[in-house]
Design a protein around this ligand. Structure first.
Ligand SMILES: Cc1cc2nc3c(=O)[nH]c(=O)nc-3n(C[C@H](O)[C@H](O)[C@H](O)COP(=O)(O)OP(=O)(O)OC[C@H]3O[C@@H](n4cnc5c(N)ncnc54)[C@H](O)[C@@H]3O)c2cc1C
Length: 479
């Protein structure tokens, strides 16, 4: 063994260090070269069984460019109609090759036109409509399925998924932002039943996520067009109830005082509703409709609420107990494109939270043409600690979700509708209402990321960095 003194040793370390640095630099240069070669965008093979690309002159483009909200008539540079996950991956690689941003479209029901663009490439997955059952009653669906198609598959097999009611809304967009409906107080948000996904990231890589995956978690409330394109979703399903019943109370020619009193009563009684019931307070100008739905024979509290509101309303009806499939169809809504502006008007804990601004809100709704103010019940099993741990939906403790809506026939009506709409939103904002549902976006929300994602925003930013470091996938309110 050679003997080294301190000087020699220091020399060795320095030389060794230099040697290592030179070697490491050479390796890095090699790595850099290979990684650049590997990651440099290449033109992918676009096979027509996987994906078809359309531009403005194509007849298919005109059809695929249509969205549910006629307020947005956008013209992307390309529309990639995808039929398979591979097709989505190839479309993203094509966008990288052309250096185009990517916008994702499933059901096309975004309130603010976030599934199209005036430049860039739209990855349209609406043709991915596969459905596959597993023996444990889980259903795997393609991201292009709309709710009507889902219910047509589920209900004949006496199964349900807690989801929305409008027939043509896409299951993908709805689930990735949370998703709620008539059955959510018992079975949770739609995203709480999501078990597995296939997702294509911003580089065109295909990932399968399940179990404790952070990416799956991020897709439960934070996945709308932010960092990947979901192509396949596996859901747990539940035994369908035997019947569905609707109770309605209507009041006409309301003034602010009476509408407020009815709203206060509505809040008071919804606190006691069983998890099998849902309710909505819908003030459309001067006309109020209160809807209560139930699918359980344990309906004492439902009847108590109905009777209390009936006493204060102009008209009240109890619908018959109808088979679920038939009853749900009555809530399918308009199925063709319309002009509208809808948005979240806040998530609340109780009436006290909005008491200070509700006179202004109701007065504006009553005195404006075509404004609708609606409050819906959440709560129940949505507010579950276990579900919270597995998702990034940050608003579970809020039992009430409100929305503002306006519909019109001609573009010339838009400006006045939007002005009145914004005035109401300003009342809520000035009153400190800040929490909003991602699936009910408003382009005018200040600090929208915190409003939608709350404490989960840093987690989502990390996933964005991991899956889409070039910010390929985007829309005006993406992360
Ligand atoms: C008439 C109507 C009724 C509604 N009813 C309900 C209801 O009862 N309950 C409820 O919770 N919500 C409801 N919503 C809101 C609805 O959940 C959202 O508008 C939802 O985002 C629509 O999804 P979509 O796939 O139809 O829309 P799209 O416009 O296709 O997409 C909406 C957003 O999701 C993104 N996105 C879509 N597909 C994917 C994908 N595969 N991967 C990643 N990102 C994707 C888009 O980029 C966009 O940002 C309703 C909306 C409308 C217009």
């Amino acid at each position: 063994m050679a003997n080294y003194n301190r000087k020699d040793f220091a020399k060795l370390v320095v030389l060794g260090g230099i040697g290592y640095t030179v070697f490491a630099c050479a390796e890095d240069a090699k790595k850099d070269k290979t990684s650049k070669e590997d990651t440099a965008p290449k033109m992918p093979k676009l096979l027509p069984e996987n994906v078809k690309l359309y531009q403005k002159a194509d007849a298919e483009y005109q059809e695929l460019a249509v969205r549910f909200n006629k307020r947005f008539q956008q013209s992307p540079t390309y529309i990639a109609q995808c039929f398979t996950t591979q097709g989505v991956a190839d479309a993203v690689k094509f966008a990288r090759f052309k250096n185009l941003k990517v916008v994702v479209k499933s059901g096309g029901h975004s309130f603010e036109g976030f599934s199209s663009t005036n430049d860039g490439l739209v990855v349209d997955v609406s043709a991915v409509k596969t459905m596959e059952w597993t023996p444990d009653h889980s259903l795997t669906v393609g991201a292009g399925c709309i709710l009507k198609e889902l219910y047509d598959e589920l209900l004949p097999k006496q199964r349900i998924l807690p989801s929305g009611s409008c027939a043509t809304v896409g299951i993908a967009g709805l689930t990735l932002g949370g998703g709620y409906g008539f059955f959510s107080r018992k079975y949770g948000l739609t995203c709480d039943s999501l078990q597995e996904i296939t997702i294509v990231d911003g580089n065109g890589n295909i990932l399968h996520e399940s179990g404790n995956s952070a990416i799956l978690k991020a897709c439960k409330g934070g996945g709308n067009g932010n960092f990947g394109i979901v192509t396949r979703m596996k859901f747990r399903t539940y035994q369908a109830p035997k019947f569905f019943q609707a109770f309605r109370c209507k009041s006409y020619k309301l003034d602010t005082k009476r509408a407020k009193e009815l709203l206060q009563t509505w809040f008071e009684y919804t606190e006691k509703l069983p998890k099998t019931a849902f309710s909505a307070f819908v003030l459309n100008g001067k006309t109020l409709t209160i809807l209560i739905t139930s699918y359980s024979d344990d309906d004492n509290d439902v009847l108590a609420m109905y009777n209390a509101l009936k006493a204060k309303s102009d008209k009240a009806t109890i619908g018959s107990k109808r088979p679920l499939a038939k009853a749900l169809k009555t809530f399918y809504g308009v199925q063709h494109p319309i002009y509208f502006k809808n948005a979240c008007a806040g998530l609340y804990q109780n009436f006290a939270e909005i008491e200070g601004c509700i006179d202004d809100v109701i007065s504006k709704v009553i005195s404006s043409r075509g404004l609708i103010y609606q409050v819906n019940t959440l709560g129940g099993n949505i507010n579950s600690v276990a579900a919270e741990k597995r998702s990034v939906y940050p608003h579970r403790s809020y039992p009430y979700l409100s929305e503002l809506q306006s519909y019109w026939d001609k573009p010339s009506q838009e400006a006045s509708r939007l002005t009145a709409f914004q005035e109401v939103q300003d009342y809520f904002y000035q009153h400190g209402i800040r929490a909003h549902y991602r699936n009910y976006p408003d382009i005018n929300f200040k600090d929208f990321e915190t409003a939608y994602y709350g404490k989960y925003l840093p987690e989502l930013k990390k996933i964005k960095q991991q899956l889409d470091p070039e910010n390929r996938i985007q829309h005006p309110q993406s992360i």
